[in-house]
Write a new protein. Structure first.
Ligand SMILES: O=C(O)CCC(=O)C(=O)O
Length: 274
């Protein structure tokens, strides 16, 4: 159980810096993939490890094609925890971001149902920048690790990234994960070269995208769900930045958080320290 080590090369880092994303080799054994697929089943059935509770109570949508998304799965599931807090993942993130310490910002467990060929946008993830949600973080130098639990391409609703969009800075109103009209969002955001690149992954591979990289995903046309586990990672010295942006992580700093306070308590575990 855990992440297979991999040494980031000069070429990997160059690709990440240039395109705003990079696809890793297979990082999970077949056994770990199976265990994480089992973790999905347990989470959606509310079968939790430990005596804790999830961050949010959730109810599955009445729409069978709707995306399911669960934040901080590591609080209540041991398999998710062992992957999203793995030092090997942290080391790869540190090398890509050029940081010497990496902590977990939060994770996501994402399930996109298959529609068996039906056209519906219920499982879409709108074009967005992750940092659009993370403005209470002092840095944009953060990375999302999206780990595939089956072979994933556009046919089963895989992600697409916009090449080089991490160089556009933080774009106003880019917190559009839950909007499902991809064409409308494209019209809004494609004010510069808009080059869509599919993230084609084998089971156990991960795509690492920068917090400013625009990305989104469309319908899963297959008859099987698209399962993933996602780790959002930040530098170890990230702190609460003054501004009006809200994020649930701010609550995890305590009842009277201070601007400048580091996200460095036990809710934000260290994955890697040089
Ligand atoms: O699962 C998807 O299609 C998108 C997920 C996403 O936006 C993310 O992990 O940052």
């Amino acid at each position: 159980m855990g992440v297979i080590p991999y040494n980031i090369t000069f070429a990997d880092k160059k690709r990440f810096d240039q395109d705003g994303y990079w696809i890793s080799p297979k990082l999970l054994s077949d056994e770990t993939i199976e265990r994480l697929r089992g973790a999905h089943d347990r989470i959606w059935n509310k079968d939790y490890d430990g005596a804790g509770m999830p961050l949010h109570a959730f109810k599955l949508s009445e729409n069978p094609h709707a995306l399911r998304k669960f934040d901080n799965g590591w609080w209540i599931n041991d398999e998710v925890r062992s992957v999203v807090t793995d030092p090997n993942l942290g080391e790869m993130a540190a090398k890509l971001l050029n940081e010497d310490e990496i902590r977990l910002w939060h994770d996501q467990v994402i399930y996109k149902p298959g529609t068996s060929g039906q056209e519906t946008t219920a499982g879409n993830v709108g074009w967005h920048q992750d940092y659009g949600y993370w403005k209470s973080s002092s840095t944009t130098n953060m990375v999302t690790v999206w780990i595939a639990l089956q072979d994933t391409d556009l046919n089963n609703g895989g992600m697409m990234t916009i090449l080089g969009s991490h160089k556009w800075g933080s774009v106003e109103g880019s917190d559009t994960f839950f909007e499902q009209d991809m064409a409308k969002l494209k019209q809004r955001f494609a004010t510069r070269d808009w080059i869509e690149e599919p993230c084609i992954l084998k089971a156990g591979q991960a795509s690492f995208h920068h917090a400013l990289t625009f990305h989104g995903s469309s319908t899963n046309f297959t008859d099987q769900p698209r399962l993933s586990v996602v780790a959002h990672l930040m530098p170890g010295n990230t702190f609460y930045k003054e501004g009006r942006a809200r994020h649930d992580n701010v609550r995890l700093l305590g009842p009277r958080p201070q601007f400048g306070q580091k996200f460095d308590n036990e809710f934000f575990p260290v994955l890697y320290r040089q």
